[in-house]
Ligand binder design. Structure first.
Ligand code: ADP
Ligand code: NI
Length: 221
């Protein structure tokens, strides 16, 4: 019988391999940061009590394996995750929870209807959202936008409110708009106190960054 530590090692190797060519900020390093953020939040909020740390880490590491932003296959996210769990020989009681949580975790999956996640899901969701903010969040947004042929900024295109998943997924707005269309909404959507506090701090930094950005745009030296 493999221990949970050995199983997590296999998950790490699998995620590294599967995200080798990923260049939009959904790579292994993102997965690893999300795990670290999730462990930090779990420790702060629960002292790790009542939290299944194996489930938490597996969800964090695997959460973007089948995400619509990186999925170039004809398989659904659910199929990709079920296949990964099968390949990794993750016990059935865990694989069903992993698939159920991850398929309801992303921002886009919660636009039209907010899903109630178990604690492990709530924590990873906050951890993932934190990685969309701050200095790393800025880098990831521009990397994603560049890959999707988005403009950096266009003062003539105003930010939109996305009320449907379709509108969110299909927008071709410049990357700066993404800050207003999603990233600055995240702090109010955080599930945990710790997540919210960190989100506020990271958002503050992004607002400072934008001040400089608009200043330079207007010609400030
Ligand atoms: P989620 O899938 O829950 O939104 P992820 O961390 O997996 O969270 O991916 C979100 C990241 O994808 C954003 O932080 C951003 O970097 C990038 N992204 C998604 N949509 C856009 C967009 N329209 N413009 C720029 N970046 C985007
Ligand atoms: Ni993610």
């Amino acid at each position: 019988m493999r221990t949970q530590i050995q199983l997590l090692k296999s998950v790490e190797i699998y995620v590294k391999k599967k995200t080798e060519r990923e260049t939009t900020g959904h790579d292994w390093f993102h997965a690893d940061r999300v795990r670290r953020n999730a462990l930090f939040i779990a420790q702060k909020e629960f002292g790790n009590k009542d939290i299944d740390l194996f489930l938490l880490q597996a969800v964090a590491l695997m959460h973007d394996l089948g995400d619509w932003k990186v999925n170039t296959t004809s398989k659904s996210e659910k199929e990709i995750l079920e296949n990964a769990c099968l390949m990794l020989k993750i016990p059935e009681n865990y694989s069903s929870q992993i698939v159920e949580i991850i398929t309801h975790l992303s921002y886009s999956a919660n636009i039209e209807k907010k899903y109630e996640l178990p604690f492990e899901g709530k924590i990873v969701q906050d951890a993932d959202r934190l990685d969309a903010l701050g200095a790393i969040g800025i880098a990831r947004a521009f990397a994603f936008g560049g890959k999707r042929d988005r403009q950096i900024y266009n003062p003539n295109i105003k930010p939109k409110t996305h009320k449907s998943t379709k509108s969110y997924k299909t927008t071709e707005n410049p990357t700066i708009n993404h800050f207003y269309e999603k990233l600055f909404l995240l702090k109010d959507l955080m599930n945990t106190k710790t997540g919210k506090k960190l989100a506020l701090k990271r958002e503050k930094f992004m607002k400072k960054y934008l001040e400089k950005f608009y200043g330079e745009w207007k010609g400030e030296i």
